[in-house]
Design a protein around this ligand. Structure first.
Ligand code: FAD
Length: 483
C-alpha cells in the first residue's frame, strides 16, 4: 500500500486482473501517507515532488492524468499547473536570529562562506549538465538512467564528507548546507552517505524552464498523499488495511499462496493469487519470501525519523513560508499544509502574532536520525513517551518561535522506525543500476530499497517495473513500457 505497490496496481489497471492490495497499516500510502482533521489535510511523510525530469516518464504520465502536467513545450518539456508549483515565499532559513528568504542567507554570511557557496552552486550547475563517457547524464532520475562511466561511479566509493574535504569545502555554513541535504533526503550524516548519492541530490534534477524559475516544487496540503490518492483512484484495487503479510509461497501449477494476519481481528488469512508483487522494504521481503532471488536483495540501512504534526490556530508570524528551516537545529524544520491554499493572504498583513486572525493550519515538523546506531535510535524513539518527544519538538523550534507552546492546540507524533534507506558508500553495488526485480517466475519486488534512494519517482518506477515484469510472466499484453 505504499507508492511502489500502488504504482504497480496503477500500471496493471485495465489488464483484466483482480488486483488486491494487502497493507499492514490502517491507512494507505506507506511513507507518503497523510492525515485529515477536517480543516486541512497534512502529510505524515513525503511532502513534495520536485518537477520531474523528462526521463521520469511514468511519473509524468501520472501527473498528466492528474492534470498537473498541463502540456508540453516545443522542446518536449512538460508544463505544470501553476497552482501546484510552490508559490513565494517557498523556503526560508532562521539564521542568527532572523528569517532569510531561501536556504542561503547571502546577506548575512561571512565572505569565505559566500565564496564557497558560490563555488558550490557553480559546480552544481556543471554537474547537472555533465555527461559520462557513455553519453548519459552523470546523475539522472530515475537512477538507472545515469551514466555507467567508471570515473563517475568511483564517487560511490567515498563518503560525501570525504568528497567535501577533497574539494576544499570547509566553512561551517557550506558543511551545514550539505549535511542538511543529506539528512533531508537520505536520513544520514555526511560521513554516512555515498558521494555519488550526495552529488546526485544536487545535480540529479534537470527541469529548468522559465515557469520553474520561482520554484520547482510541486506541493499539495497533504504532500505526496495527493499522489497516493491519484494512484488509488486510477488503479481502484481492492485494498485490505491492517493486513500483515507473513508469507508468500509460489506453488506448483502457477499459483502463489499469500498468508496474512488480519490485525484488527487477530485472524490468519490466505489468498491464492496468480502472481504477487512484494512492495515492501528488503528486510521485510527477506522474512516473508524464501528462495528465488530473495538472497540477492540489497542490504540497506534504514534511518529512523520523527514526524510531528502541530495543529495551530493561526500563522506563527506574518511571513509564513512553505518550508521553514532553522540553522543549527536538530530537526529539518517544518512545512505549512495551508501554504498553497489561496486564502493564505488572510494572515499576511498582521503586525503582531496576537493580531493574526484565526486561520487554522497544520505544521509538519521533520527530524531525521543520522549516526551509526540506527537500531539504538529506533529503540530510543519507540520507548520515549509522547510528552518528551513533543517537548523536544517545541524546544527545537523555540529559537524562531518562542511562543509556539501557546499556539499549538494539538501535536501528534509519528515514529518511522525504518523511514528510508541510506545510500551509503558502495550502495550502487557490484552491478550498478541492474535492480533485482523478479524474485521468482510469478513474484516480483518493488520498493525504494531497490535503487537505494527514497524518491517518489524511484518508488513509482520500481512499481511500474514490477508490474511490467509480472504482466510479461502472465502473458498479458500491456503495450509499450511506461518506463
Ligand atoms: C519522513 C519522510 C519524508 C519523505 N519526504 C519525501 C519527499 O518529500 N519527497 C519524496 O519524493 N520522497 C520522500 N520520502 C521518501 C518516500 O519514502 C518515497 O517517496 C516513497 O513514498 C516510498 O514508497 P515505497 O512504496 O517504496 O515504500 P514504503 O513507503 O516503505 O511502502 C511500503 C509499504 O509496505 C507496507 N508493508 C511493509 N511490510 C508489510 C507487510 N509485511 N505486510 C503488508 N504491508 C507491509 C508498509 O506499511 C508500507 O505501506 C520521505 C520519506 C519519509 C519517511
Amino acid at each position: 500500500g505504499g507508492v511502489s505497490g500502488l504504482s504497480a496496481a496503477w500500471r496493471l489497471a485495465g489488464a483484466g486482473l483482480d488486483l488486491r492490495v494487502l497493507e499492514l497499516e490502517p491507512r494507505p500510502g506507506g511513507t507518503s501517507a497523510w492525515g485529515e482533521d477536517g480543516v486541512v489535510p497534512y502529510p505524515w511523510g513525503a511532502h513534495y515532488l520536485a518537477a520531474p525530469n523528462v526521463e521520469a516518464r511514468a511519473t509524468l504520465r501520472l501527473l498528466e492524468q492528474m492534470g498537473v502536467v498541463t502540456g508540453w513545450d516545443a522542446a518536449g518539456r512538460p508544463t505544470f499547473d501553476p497552482r501546484r508549483l510552490c508559490h513565494a515565499p517557498g523556503e526560508r532559513l532562521f539564521y542568527e536570529g532572523a528569517w532569510h528568504a531561501g536556504l542561503a542567507p547571502v546577506d548575512a554570511l561571512p565572505a569565505d562562506a559566500l565564496e564557497e557557496l558560490e563555488r558550490f552552486h557553480a559546480l552544481e550547475e556543471e554537474l547537472t549538465e555533465l555527461r559520462g563517457s557513455d553519453g548519459r547524464a552523470a546523475f539522472q532520475i530515475p537512477l538507472d538512467r545515469s551514466s555507467r562511466d567508471p570515473e563517475l561511479l568511483a564517487l560511490d566509493r567515498m563518503s560525501m564528507a570525504a568528497w567535501l574535504d577533497r574539494e576544499g569545502y570547509r566553512t561551517p555554513f557550506l558543511r551545514w548546507y550539505a549535511r542538511y541535504a543529506m539528512l533531508d533526503d537520505f536520513g544520514g550524516e555526511l560521513e554516512e552517505i555515498s558521494a555519488w548519492a550526495g552529488l546526485h541530490y544536487f545535480a540529479g534534477r534537470k527541469a529548468r524552464t522559465p515557469e520553474l524559475a520561482g520554484s520547482r516544487y510541486l506541493i499539495w496540503p497533504e504532500g505526496n498523499g495527493r499522489l497516493v490518492k491519484a494512484l488509488l483512484e486510477r488503479a481502484a484495487p481492492r485494498v485490505s488495511l491492517g493486513a500483515l503479510v507473513t508469507s508468500v509461497r509460489p506453488q506448483p501449477g502457477g499459483r502463489v499462496e499469500v498468508d496474512y494476519v488480519d490485525v484488527q481481528r487477530g485472524e490468519a488469512r490466505r489468498v491464492e493469487a496468480r502472481a504477487a508483487i512484494l512492495a515492501a522494504p528488503a528486510f521485510v521481503v527477506r522474512r516473508i519470501f524464501a528462495g528465488g532471488a530473495a538472497g540477492e536483495l540489497p542490504a540497506r540501512v534504514a534511518s529512523a525519523w520523527l514526524v510531528a504534526n502541530l495543529h495551530v490556530e493561526r500563522p506563527l508570524d506574518p511571513n509564513h513560508a512553505w518550508d521553514s528551516v532553522l540553522y543549527g537545529a536538530e530537526g529539518l524544520g517544518y512545512v505549512d499544509a495551508r501554504h498553497q491554499l489561496t486564502d493564505l493572504a488572510a494572515g499576511a498583513t498582521q503586525r503582531s502574532r496576537l493580531e493574526a486572525p484565526r486561520q487554522r493550519t497544520v505544521l509538519t515538523y521533520y527530524r531525521a536520525y543520522g549516526g551509526p546506531d540506527v537500531a539504538g535510535a529506533r529503540a530510543a524513539l519507540l520507548g520515549a513517551p509522547w510528552a518528551s518527544l513533543a517537548e523536544g519538538v517545541l524546544r527545537d523550534l523555540a529559537p524562531a518561535h518562542p511562543h509556539l507552546r501557546d499556539d499549538v492546540g494539538r501535536m501528534d507524533v509519528m515514529i518511522w522506525g525504518h523511514a528510508m534507506p541510506r545510500p551509503r558508500p558502495g550502495f550502487l553495488g557490484p552491478r550498478p543500476f541492474e535492480p533485482v526485480c523478479a524474485l521468482d517466475e510469478r513474484v516480483a519486488w518493488a520498493h525504494v530499497d531497490q535503487p537505494g534512494m527514497a524518491l517518489f519517482e524511484e518508488a513509482h518506477a520500481s512499481g511500474v517495473r514490477a508490474a511490467e515484469t509480472i504482466a510479461a510472466a502472465l502473458g498479458l499484453a500491456l503495450g509499450e513500457s511506461w518506463l
